[in-house]
Design a protein. Sequence first.
Length: 179
Amino acid sequence: MKAEIIVKEAMKVNPLTCDPNMTIREVAQRMREHKVGSSIVVRGCNQPIGIITESDILKKVVAEGKDASKVLVKDVMSTPLVSIDPYASLEDAMKVMNKHNIRRLPVMEKGRLVGIITEKDIFRISPALIEIRREWSMIESSKEERDFFLSGKCEGCGKFSTDLMEVDGVFLCESCREK
């Protein structure tokens, strides 16, 4: 029996790629046609230099009120490109994604783009990794001071609150945290 699943077994081959000089509108249309949430930005002989995601488009173009037919991919892409080896474990892929707070990892072998793996690909293969990712996130977030609050139902008193914080795995409002 095999001990662990590797990235190569879960990744998608032939990821969507685009040129850095394409407009956001062009790449967004291609992403829609291919039903994907990202495109690897390549130059020259398919040399990956970045990634453009739905999130990049929303935050750096739409939210800023920019004209997607005039903004170039190279101006909003995420770079440097964080990638993983096809023979790394899915657990290692999850650690990289968590460390860099990303949901998509290009897969590179000997400097060549061979695929892409996403959180969805990993969760489809191993739902138990969802819980592992949640635990890593909790550990990482407890290491750093948080300067934000969550909104929702307090798990202590049941009232809606706009300042929930996690305390010992339970989301509490300010009143319940003080008790």
